[in-house]
Ligand binder design. Sequence first.
Ligand code: FAD
Length: 392
Amino acid sequence: MSDVQAYPGPGEPPCVVVGGGLAGSLMAIYMARRGHPVEVYEARPDMRRLQVDRGRSINLALSTRGLHALAAVGLEDEVRQMCIPMHGRMIHPMEGEPHLQPYGRAGQYINSISRQGLNELLMNTAEARDQVRFHFDIPCVDVDLDEGVAHFDDREKGERVVREASILIGADGAYSAVRQRLQRSGRYNYEQAYLSHGYKELSIPAGPQGKYLIEKNALHIWPRHDFMLIALPNLDATFTVTLFMAFEGATSFEALKTPADVEAFFKREFPDAYALMPTLTDDFFANPTGSLVTIRCAPYHHGERVMILGDAAHAVVPFYGQGMNAAFEDCFVLNELLEREDGDVGRAIAAFSRERKDDADAIGHLALYNYFEMRSAVASPYFVFRKKIERV
Ligand code: FAD
């Protein structure tokens, strides 16, 4: 094992961010703006050079919560150009015409945005600052919590990299190596729960002359009570379609074994979508079936230097469209706390643990409930009636 490497530049050790995903890249920008040297270590290759994210959600719903955190680092205009506003849920019932259930009041909307496009913008913005460096294909394998030292595996060189940090931020997602180290510390609270349902990504192509084949400015839902299909628009006029369904049972991923099974299921359950999905069976068998996990833990920090945020601290199921938004808000909140505590990292990360936990847990609960609302309640006549009343 090599010796601990001090930061090569002058002064303090760097801020070390584990994970160059959405939260890690945004946090790198925040920390660089505070004047810290920042080293970001990402387990996967550089997505700007290599397609690495097959099977993860291709687009995401970005809401005011996330936009606010992006606006605070000057990215609102650039991000808005990448967004497609979705003014409501377009419900595709089994019988009858699709109908729009507006989100909130007139003028209120959420946005569809490309995960890769947004992550690349964040990386490019961070890297444009001299004091930020990204290292790819170098996963974190261990952390010395008391010393604030992270251990990485440089696969290309076959070397162990050991890096001391002034603040070590684990933004390494739901299966976080930093959190796994926290879990082995004393009196650490941790729970994880998988849904019995999973998801698979499919697609609707662009129409002739690059036209959108279904309403562009809506989040489409085909609610079928025990399962559902959704579709979010992309800038190239395609839609990313996601099927959420049980892994096992009579109506399940397990039951769809052959292309004929898949065709029959889609023809029966989602006939209007099926008519627009020429690559359905190829997509279905090429793309993985993803699992959906909720993670709750406490605290989000250890000692004076180590902390986690984003999915590493509070992974939620995607039905409230708030996982990324909450992760971005974490970055905003941590920056505010560093400001409030006059740059004292120990006090700021302890405050982050205390002040963020209830909000993160609340998002997790709302997300679990919203699966029922999206796949079932939105299709009930009472729900449609109640929504109309609410808008009067
Ligand atoms: P991640 O995006 O998971 O990034 C973690 C990064 O850390 C990755 O780049 C990973 O490679 C890296 N990494 C992992 N381990 C290591 C290691 N040991 N060392 C170094 N690097 C490591 N959220 C929304 O707000 N709106 C939505 O519409 C939405 N839709 C979703 C749909 C689906 C199907 C799913 C699964 C999720 C959805 N989410 C949505 C949630 C959202 O994807 C996450 O909340 C968000 O990606 C969290 O960002 P993060 O940076 O914390 O984690």
